[in-house]
Write a protein that binds this ligand. Structure first.
Ligand SMILES: Cc1cc2nc3c(=O)[nH]c(=O)nc-3n(C[C@H](O)[C@H](O)[C@H](O)COP(=O)(O)OP(=O)(O)OC[C@H]3O[C@@H](n4cnc5c(N)ncnc54)[C@H](O)[C@@H]3O)c2cc1C
Ligand code: SF4
Length: 489
């Protein structure tokens, strides 16, 4: 610790964001460039280097947070990078996108303000790239064994990087035209600029990972054939089956799944088309859902110049502070103003209607969506409370209701004889192994809809399982087991 009393004398200072009006004029990341480094060492110095660091236990990757806080407080960026990269393949993604369960579990958060752990992680990650600490690590010798990784989201990429570095000839197969999974086509550029993803993929290619895009395994190539041509296979195909809303008018033109909308907006950013065919520009928009995906739709619609945006969250408004049933160190459900909500005007101009259940979509004279009908959701079964129905005008409605595993109709799962559970997740044992010999399941495909940090942890752990299967033993780290979950009470 640089200053033993810093936790007491130094207030928490999070990373500065650009003004909402400025942000809405472009698609760049919301943070102010260069604002982090001048404050981050002092902020890292707030860490108490706890004997029992709950921050570390709350992180699925097992990031050794107190160590790198101390190193950053002393401005030893090289050692901090090596400590961080030892447990996290992609800290530039988690440093930007993780909801930071570590901060909820920080001992300082018991009755004060947590260390800005996520900002410290990001500062180390960005410095590591700039100063050349995060460089390609090609294997010293090859094993001669071949592994296929199906799916190129954070789980597949983390697995592939670990397996390549361990000397296995690893090929990533991706059905989309670009690598990255939801990092590429789900999360908008204002939360993750895509050149950061390209830089990481470039590093992986330099290490020897091979990438094959536009290959839907189970359709373009048979999963059995692919398995037969490799010594092992990792299935990291995400949870891409969207939940639907079977209410009247669902099929009206103007009602879309959120992921369709976000993918198209990301394609504009990639330069594939000048404007999105499903744009919010000049339209009033309703977003149905209350999570990350809904917030990303909001930020996207505002940048596309929607005339009005309303968001229906079926849950009641969460409390401002931890409820008694969600004590420290669990990651609590509290009222949050995301950067997108800030851009909509913050809590003073709240676009969210809480405890609102959507009951139908109504067409206008042209047969297209004109309004969304909703009602107050009853506590408990969340059914519409009689007599509370209202409508809100909408020319575009976006369904952000979550995902149900990879989908029961996945050709890949059928061809390999993989079983799915009731939630549509692919079944694996405690060693990530599926029923088919040499086939392993990782990421949202096995866990269900989750977080990037869990996907990276799954990717690292499945790589250890595959390495052990191929060589009889492994020294790769396995930070989690499939049955591990977030801290609960
Ligand atoms: C809009 C949105 C915003 C989010 N924001 C956050 C956030 O801020 N923070 C956070 O921590 N998490 C966030 N998440 C969740 C996070 O993105 C996921 O948990 C994570 O990407 C899962 O990683 P994965 O590798 O398991 O799957 P994915 O990222 O879904 O990747 C799976 C890949 O497999 C490919 N694939 C599928 N089937 C086949 C096949 N048969 N053949 C070849 N390829 C195939 C898909 O095309 C896809 O590229 C968000 C999710 C969404 C949808
Ligand atoms: S819990 Fe908070 S104060 Fe304690 S080691 Fe972790 S970051 Fe530092």
């Amino acid at each position: 610790m640089a200053d033993r009393m810093a936790f007491f004398t130094t207030p928490r200072r999070p990373r500065e964001r650009r003004a909402p009006q400025e942000r809405l004029g472009d698609w760049n990341e919301v943070y102010r460039e260069g604002a982090l480094l001048p404050v981050v060492s002092t902020q890292a110095g707030r860490c108490m280097d706890c004997g029992l660091p709950f921050c570390h236990h709350a992180c699925p990757l097992g990031n050794v947070i107190p160590d790198w806080n101390t190193l950053v407080a002393h401005r030893d960026w090289g050692a901090a990078a090596s400590r961080l990269l030892a447990t996290n393949n992609f800290p530039e993604f988690t440093g930007r996108l993780c909801p930071a369960p570590c901060e909820s579990a920080c001992v300082l958060a018991i009755d004060g303000e947590a260390v800005t752990i996520k900002n410290v992680e990001l500062a180390i990650a960005d410095r590591a790239w700039e100063d050349g600490y995060d460089r390609p690590q090609p294997p010293e010798r090859m094993t001669g064994l071949r592994v296929a990784v199906v799916g190129s989201g954070p789980a597949g990429l983390a697995a592939a990087q670990q397996l390549t570095r361990a000397g296995h000839t690893t090929t990533v197969y991706e059905r989309a035209d670009r690598i990255g999974g939801l990092l590429r086509y789900g999360i908008p550029p204002f939360r993750l600029e895509k050149h950061r993803l390209d830089r990481r993929i470039g590093q992986m290619a330099a290490e020897g990972t091979r990438f094959r895009t536009r290959v839907a395994v189970g359709r373009d190539v048979s999963a059995d054939d692919l398995r037969a041509r490799h010594d092992a296979m990792v299935v990291a195909i995400g949870a891409t089956a969207c939940r639907d809303l079977p209410v009247a008018g669902r099929r009206l033109p103007g009602v879309y799944q959120a992921i369709t909308y976000l993918t198209l907006a990301n394609r504009v950013d990639e330069g594939d088309c000048p404007a999105s065919p499903v744009s919010a520009e000049g339209r009033s928009v309703v977003i149905v859902g209350g999570g990350d995906t809904a917030a990303d739709c909001l930020g996207t619609a505002l940048r596309q110049r929607a005339t009005a945006v309303t968001q229906f969250d079926i849950n009641p408004r969460p409390p401002d502070r931890r409820a008694p049933g969600q004590p420290w160190p669990v990651h609590p459900k509290v009222y949050r103003v995301t950067t997108s909500h800030e851009e909509a005007g913050g809590s003073a101009a709240e676009p969210r209607v809480f405890a609102a259940v959507t009951v139908g979509f109504e067409a206008g004279a042209d047969g297209r969506l004109a309004a969304v009908r909703f009602a107050e959701a009853r506590p408990g079964d969340r059914s519409p409370r009689p007599g509370t129905e209202r409508t809100v005008p909408a020319e575009l409605a976006l369904l952000a209701l979550g995902f149900n595993g990879p989908g029961r109709r996945s050709g890949l799962a059928r061809q390999l004889g993989l079983a799915a559970d009731r939630q549509g997740r692919l079944v694996r044992d405690e060693g990530f192994a599926a029923r088919a010999d040499g086939v392993f399941v990782a990421g949202d495909a096995g866990r269900g809809q989750s977080l990037i940090v869990w996907a990276i942890a799954e990717g690292r752990a499945v790589a250890a399982a595959v390495d052990g299967y191929l060589r009889g033993a492994t020294d790769l780290p396995a930070p989690i087991a499939p049955s591990d979950g977030p801290l609960t009470v």
